[in-house]
Ligand binder design. Sequence first.
Ligand code: ZN
Length: 320
Amino acid sequence: MDEKLRGVSVVWLSKTDLTNLNAGEGEENLIDVKKYRVDGIEYPYVSGQAMRFYLKEAIRRNLERDEFMCVPDADGVPSCLKQVEKMEEYSEKWKESISNCLACDLFGFMKPFGERGAVTRVSPVKVSPAIGLLPFEGNSTIDFLTRQHTERVGERIGGDIVNIEIGTNIYKCGIAIDLRRVGGEEDWSKGTVEVNYALNEEQRIERVKKVLDSLKYLADYSKQARLLTDFTPDIICIAFQNKYSHRLQKLFELNSKREINIQRLGEILSDIKQYSEKILFGTISGVIANEEDVRKVLEEHEIETKTPKKAIDDAISGLK
Ligand SMILES: [Zn+2]
């Protein structure tokens, strides 16, 4: 891996069809959508936890035969650490779990040891919630479905109507990968912080590629049996940075006419360029209203506009 590289930041917009990606607490006969408010106006969002799950499952679906990802138990403890009974054992076992398991390496974990505390691996892959940028009201409706009751197996005794909120929106999502910590663990025991690695350079690069590749295949969102939609990036920016920073997440601001704030786009690109080896950009048409203005700003910054797939593929092939 390029010595100077510290982080890969990705931010993207995705336009969904009518769907309910992340239900809130709801009521007895209502499945709602998780929402947040800005100045009293409600917008939908998808929690960071759900986004992490989608990302993990996309990686899991595309595992090669010799690759492994464990499944956490009901308490969220990864099966890789099941056999570790004493906290001391972890200091010998960590290399095994990180080198064998993509989930433990990329997404971290917490394993409690009763009163003695817990072993925590901070996730080198950070995921933002998906933020709906268009007001929920005005971009949604209420549909209904019938919830069947059964008394004996297979015997229906009627059902009741359940309302379900569904909406279309443009969501802003993001991830940041802390490259230094992929395949490695911090060692604080020597009065300074060193990173010890369980993987070699090539293996670590493969892990990062796996994360980027998975963005093209996000699919395991909730309620897809009836509300199938695509939630992969429609407009995406990827930056390979010599500093670890989350600044790129501010790149996209959308107004009510579905126009990207052009000035903001230029400002953030100027910031990021100071410490980025490479910036890639991809878009498809029909998502935002001012596509041409966006292209112009990118041209000014000497960034080629590709399709999202091409931008991700080029990011992957450029990672050495
Ligand atoms: Zn694991």
